[in-house]
Design a binder for this molecule. Structure first.
Ligand code: F6P
Length: 325
């Protein structure tokens, strides 16, 4: 292997730049030519490919977002699109890829490897922390801390006015962000897609808390089966009357959770995973993701990363419940 390329794809996450930097510098350390591809799979198809030097990744470690841009590509979902991508890589003589992203990114990488034999190693880049094969994903820790800072502020105003706030955090299919924010932010209730909590249960619970608490926080993962935070809040509110009904407010934190300077943990994880991906390529570990489990690098086949789910730690839910009374 002589020439490798790195790209970021899907939703950006803080720490992706640390990962890009690690891929570029590890590649150079091992005497490889390293290229970057902008805009993910669309960038491969369009030949948005640039040679990188060590200085190309200077001063990006601490920055959120991704200097390589990101996109969700429809064209790459087609065989014709992937053929165009293969032709572009052949033109540049690129014989290995590092894909930084989530399960959508790895699904594309797996199909591409199977069809055209281009070796790919992935790095887990998503704030959702929902990838099998790694304890944490790059960006999760930063997203939780960002959301937590917001929840602390909401707590202040909730307490001042004796209000109940429903706070929606990201997590399309998983409640990792919600649960960690709920524990760290001392939320009274957490609603996640992994467990069923009805609006009626929430209103009953909040009624029971009346004697002991004057304000409450309900953290809702965006993928919760009861709906989004506004919908759930409306249902819960309908169980209250008079002055109590006026206490309910909703805040959706949204994309603020995807930005910002990565925490030390995310810089470390991005750096470790980037190095492991390049060394994986050099050691013949293809079609897999370089994750970290119990502080050790583990290469997990894309097949498993995509198809196996990472269950939420039920101890966390229990902890949140006990501490919210
Ligand atoms: O997968 C990461 C994530 O931030 C999810 O939590 C969220 O549902 C989704 O991306 C939002 O995607 P987009 O930025 O395309 O709206």
């Amino acid at each position: 292997m002589k020439k490798i390329a790195v790209y970021t794809s899907g939703g950006d996450s803080p720490g992706m730049n640390a990962c890009v930097r690690a891929v570029v510098r590890t590649g150079i350390y091992h005497d490889l030519d390293v290229y970057s591809i902008k805009y993910g799979y669309d960038g491969i198809i369009n030949g948005n490919i640039t040679k990188m030097e060590s200085h190309s990744v200077s001063n990006i470690l601490q920055r959120g977002g991704t200097i390589l841009k990101s996109a969700r590509s429809n064209e790459f979902r087609t065989k014709e699109g992937r053929k165009k991508a293969y032709d572009q890589l052949s033109k540049h003589g690129i014989d290995g890829l590092v894909a930084i992203g989530g399960d959508g990114t790895f699904t594309g990488a797996k199909v591409f490897y199977e069809e055209f034999g281009i070796p790919v190693v992935g790095c887990p880049g998503t704030i959702d922390n929902d990838i099998y094969g790694t304890d944490y994903t790059i960006g999760f820790d930063t997203a939780v801390n960002t959301a937590l800072e917001a929840i602390d502020k909401i707590r202040d105003t909730a307490a001042a006015h004796d209000r109940v706030f429903f706070v929606e955090v990201m997590g399309r299919d998983s409640g990792y962000i919600a649960v960690e924010c709920a524990i760290g932010g001392g939320a009274e209730v957490v609603m996640v897609p992994e467990t069923i909590t009805t609006s009626k249960q929430v209103s009953d619970y909040l009624k029971n808390l009346r004697e002991s608490k004057t304000s409450s926080i309900v953290v809702v993962a965006e993928g919760d089966e009861e709906g989004d935070a506004a919908t759930i809040m409306a249902k819960v509110k309908s169980e209250f009357v008079g002055e109590e009904e006026k206490k309910f407010k909703v805040t959706t934190l949204g994309h603020i959770q995807r930005g910002g300077s990565p925490t030390a943990k995310d810089r470390l994880l991005g750096s470790r995973s980037g190095l492991a991906a390049v060394e994986g390529l050099l050691n013949g570990k293809f079609n897999c993701m370089a994750g970290i489990i119990n502080d050790q690098v583990v290469y997990t086949p894309f097949e498993d990363c995509i198809n196996k789910s990472k269950p939420l730690n039920k101890d966390y839910l229990r902890l949140q419940e006990i501490l919210s009374i």
